[in-house]
Design a protein around this ligand. Structure first.
Ligand code: PLP
Length: 375
């Protein structure tokens, strides 16, 4: 059977094999392992790519968010507003700094934070909003920034799934006070291990994050800030420098494949991803919604087609965030959509033919389910 996986990283690495192998060997020969020249160069190159003044490489996406919050003094006694439907690391960053995550529901079409529900969640303890550009589609940042300005709040963006995405002419990375990216291997720009970066236009925040990631040092042997180790590995930075050159080409490929899925699904009842005017979706994930999700996922698996659910439980319902076993928030849209979402195969090397195979299997399964519902 010809299988079609959800993602296949080996194709990308086969294509870049010689470039990566020789670069890794050079780093090893130089012994340039910790905060070496590739970290500095990658920071410059990624900042330039995002159109932002500063980029600070860190060890993963969660650290990028955590250090961004710390850089703006967010900690115990503070509340941070974030969407309920996201990867749990978004909330973990808030918990990590000692602040309280306040969960707000998402919009049923975009899956990003419902900006109309932010103001009612604000209290005197609210210090920040943490929107997530989920699946690669930016949140409605103009509204978020407007609310932040009105209530004097910090905006830290979770762009762990949105490298290269655009919002009203701006590349994601320089819109809010700070933005966290992950280079987890499966992300649109992925390392060969863990890695992350913070981008910001704020010189003080950049300087503070640089100290925080490296044992609290601004100057060697003077430990002024909390002494964490959140450094970006130089080998990973060297690999990311190679891959960054291909990011736009990979995004173009994802967008083209998404368009093909969209066209093939146009005559069905399946809910497809939306891309609002002025937004550029980078399709980290291509997610559909159907009432018939579980049966469809099982049937696709039998046919060798890989899918996944990102994510099966909204974060406010995760055991860690319950209080005495009970939810502290009600987010009906998030609670509903987790039973309907399905992520389909999506990676730059996926072929148009494979997309057609996946789409036609899904269409015939959906047609059968609709027919059964009528009986
Ligand atoms: C991947 C991801 C993170 C965390 O990134 P790590 O590098 O795994 O720590 C945070 N938020 C979202 C939305 C993510 O997809």
């Amino acid at each position: 059977m010809n299988t079609i996986p959800l993602i296949d990283l080996s194709l990308q690495h086969k294509q870049l094999r010689n470039e990566i192998t020789s670069t890794v060997q050079e780093v090893i020969d130089r012994g340039d392992f910790i905060l070496g020249q590739d970290v500095a160069k990658f920071e410059e190159e990624f900042a330039e790519y995002c159109g932002v003044k500063y980029a600070i490489g860190v060890d993963n996406g969660l650290s990028a968010l955590e250090l961004s919050l710390r850089a703006f003094g967010i900690g115990p006694g503070h509340e941070v507003i974030l969407p309920a439907h996201t990867f749990t690391a978004t909330a973990a960053a808030v918990t990590f700094v000692g602040a309280t995550p306040v969960f707000v529901d998402v919009n049923l079409e975009t899956y990003t934070i419902d900006v109309h529900k932010i103001e009612e969640a604000i209290t005197p303890r609210t210090k920040a909003i943490l929107p997530v550009h989920l699946y690669g589609l930016p949140a409605d940042m103009n509204v978020v920034l407007g609310i932040a300005e009105k209530y004097n709040l910090v905006v830290v963006e979770d762009a762990c799934q949105a490298h290269g995405a655009m919002y009203k002419g701006h590349r994601i990375g320089g819109i809010g006070n700070a933005t966290g990216f992950s280079f987890y291997p499966t992300k649109n720009l992925g390392a060969c291990g863990d890695a992350g970066i913070v981008t910001t236009n704020d010189a003080n925040a950049a300087e503070k994050i640089r100290a925080l990631r490296n044992c609290g040092q601004r100057v060697k042997n003077i430990h002024e800030e909390h002494p964490f180790n959140h450094r970006l590995d130089n080998l990973q930075a060297a690999i990311l420098r190679i891959k960054l050159k291909y990011l736009d080409q990979w995004i173009a490929s994802r967008r083209k494949l998404a368009e093909i899925y969209n066209t093939l699904f146009a005559d069905t009842n399946l809910e497809r991803p939306v891309e609002l005017p002025g937004y550029q979706h980078v399709y980290h994930l291509y997610v559909i919604r159907t009432q018939n999700r579980d049966a469809m996922q099982a049937a696709l698996k039998e046919r060798g087609i890989g899918t996944a659910i990102h994510y099966p439980t909204p974060v406010h319902l995760q055991p860690y965030y319950l209080k005495d076993g009970k939810p502290q928030y009600s987010c009906p849209v998030s609670e509903k959509l987790v039973g309907e979402i399905l992520s389909l195969p999506m990676y730059p090397e996926l072929t148009e033919e494979q997309v057609s195979v996946v789409a036609s299997e899904i269409k015939s399964l959906e047609a059968k389910a609709q027919y059964m519902n009528f009986q």
